[in-house]
Design a protein around this ligand. Sequence first.
Ligand code: ITT
Length: 194
Amino acid sequence: MKLIFATHNQNKIEELKKLVPSHFSILSLTDINCHKEIEETGSTLEENATIKANFIKYKYGLHCFSDDSGLEIDALNGAPGVYSARYASEAKNNEENIKKVWEKLKGNPNTKAQFRTVIAASFDKNIQLFEGIVKGNIIFEKRGQGGFGYDPIFIPESYNKTFAELGDTIKNTISHRALATQNFLNGLNQLKKS
Ligand code: ITT
């Protein structure tokens, strides 16, 4: 079964392909020749995921899903959250984003944070939302070479290594995206049975 994943982010496509059973064929926006950057104008992860799924649904009439993820830091009232990619500037620069997190959190003993993913799936008339959360802590140095984004400064609960140190195999079993994807696949199975 073909599923369009409404993203241009190759890291996310590769991560997701490893999570999804092989009878699903995951296509990116590039694969369907959609080179448009879908504007994420929502003020929540839910809104942004829905905007992207609706765009593909109405423009291409294809089964699709989209996700939006963000890092939510307790002491910053959930920031950067929906603005994670552009936290420091429109340039979407990981280095700058991480520096801004450190600046904002400086001296604060509460380093608790979570990554949260919302998947919006469009298979029938309605959009269905699925969520995945991984809790952890921010550290004030960068550790590890794997992953992307804020991975080098995030240590998930029950581990003593960052997502960037843990590597894809472990990250893909415990991450926010893995959990949201699992919920989404369960939902898809339910849909096929009903
Ligand atoms: P899209 O084109 O699909 O929107 P994106 O890069 O904007 O791709 P997200 O909206 O899912 O990706 O995530 C927003 C930002 O949150 C992303 O640019 C990272 O800075 C951060 N982020 C999300 N998931 C992450 C992860 O698994 N590890 C580290 N940072 C992550």
